[in-house]
Ligand binder design. Structure first.
Ligand code: UT7
Length: 357
């Protein structure tokens, strides 16, 4: 049998600026009561000036490398899942590769909106299981606060910023990332999108005036499809791993809305005690939500070696997918500590370095 793909490191970073529902009440026609009851969100984090998807990715990635006791030079792949990259190109993953000093690694971004991390993990798993890559850093990161339309209260209260990361290594272990299922429905792309700034609607004074560079969403339609699609993908990923629902210790769903998460659990007859929820603290951080939640679940001691974990997401595109993995946990302490020296000196000017002088 070939090699397995195993998560050996994890980490996350959220900006220090906390914005509560009460803060939003002062600038938008909304209320803590509405946001809490309709979404489960109490507060979220917004990036500071100078913080971007790549700088947050770097911080989460460094933490994951240190946990895995892997050196940046050991990486042969860096993937950043994001729909709010620093630039259309170069890819945010390339800036992370540079800042970490991951000199041997290929780097690219994956864009499938809130499903991004599940997609990127599927790519890394495939490349590792096929034997072409050995050590991948897989990051989900977003700076969605820069794409909020403050005149649209149905979206601006939802989305926020942060980053989560995992190290995926080739292993002789008999288990690892056991399944990855991905789906899409492109005909519904218009229901959740950023219309402007690409080749179809280039940035112009008119596109700015129309607010086409902001997130727009038909929330009700997205909601209904999200519940059904996530439940279906969960079942498919569990079956593909040759497991039954009872075998899964913890579901880590994309954190878009507590009512969506509860809807998925209800559809699957899944007890909420076996679902990880942190939406109240961070809002919807799109591709970052699952790796942030995974990292927090590990830090809280909710993941033990041998546990079976289900990741499941739905997002713009539409895209949805799920993955089942067996938790490996940390390497034995005998492995030498990783040193990410180059990175710590360079994070502050990470983005400025690629701007024309
Ligand atoms: O992450 C990827 C996928 N994204 C999602 O999965 C998000 C999916 N959608 C949702 O989570 C929900 O549809 C929303 C949270 C976006 C909206 O919740 P809803 O229960 O579907 O509300 P609604 O859009 O049907 O609006 C109900 C009412 C409307 O007022 P009227 O027309 O009934 O008078 C809205 O104007 O709530 C109003 N409303 C608000 N009121 C206070 C909408 N946003 C707000 C707000 N504060 N922020």
């Amino acid at each position: 049998m070939g090699q397995n793909a195993v998560i050996t490191g994890w980490g996350h970073y959220v900006p220090s600026r906390v914005v509560t529902n009460f803060d939003l009440e002062k600038i938008v026609d909304t209320s803590d009561e509405w946001i809490t009851s309709r979404t489960g969100i109490k507060e979220r984090r917004y990036a500071a000036d100078g913080e971007t998807t790549s700088t947050m990715s770097f911080r989460a990635g460094r933490m994951a490398l240190e946990k895995a006791r892997l050196r940046p030079q050991d990486l042969d792949l860096v993937i950043v899942a994001t729909c709010s990259p620093d630039f259309i190109f170069p890819a945010s993953a390339c800036m992370v590769q540079d800042a970490l000093g991951a000199d041997r690694a290929g780097a690219f971004d994956v864009e499938s909106a809130c499903t991004g991390f599940v997609s990127a993990l599927a790519v890394a798993r495939g490349l590792i299981v096929s034997g072409t890559h050995q050590n991948a850093l897989v990051i989900g990161a977003e700076t969605l606060s820069r794409f909020l339309n403050w005149k649209d209260r149905s979206t601006c209260v939802l989305f926020a910023d942060g980053a989560g990361a995992v190290v995926v290594e080739a292993s002789n272990a008999s288990v690892g990332i056991e399944s990855a299922v991905l789906h899409s429905e492109g005909s519904k792309g218009h229901m959740l999108m950023i219309e402007g700034g690409g080749a179809k609607v280039p940035a112009t004074a008119k596109s700015l005036e129309l607010g086409q560079h902001f997130i727009s969403m038909q929330g009700g339609e997205v909601f209904k499809l999200a519940v059904k699609s996530m439940a279906d993908a969960a079942e498919e990923a569990i079956a593909a791993a040759n497991l039954r629902q009872d075998d899964i210790h913890l579901m880590i769903p994309h954190q878009a809305n507590i009512r969506i998460i509860e809807g998925v659990a209800k559809r699957l007859h899944w007890p909420m005690e076996k679902v990880f929820v942190n939406i109240q603290k961070y809002g919807n951080t799109s591709a970052a939500s699952i790796p942030i939640a995974l990292s927090e679940a590990a830090a809280e001691g909710r993941l033990r070696r041998g546990d079976k974990i289900l990741l499941v997401a739905f997002g713009g595109g539409f895209t949805w997918g799920a993955s089942v993995l067996e938790w490996f946990g940390e390497h034995e302490p005998g492995r030498p500590k990783s040193i990410v020296e180059r990175a710590s000196r360079r994070v502050e000017d990470l983005v400025d370095r690629v701007l024309p002088s």
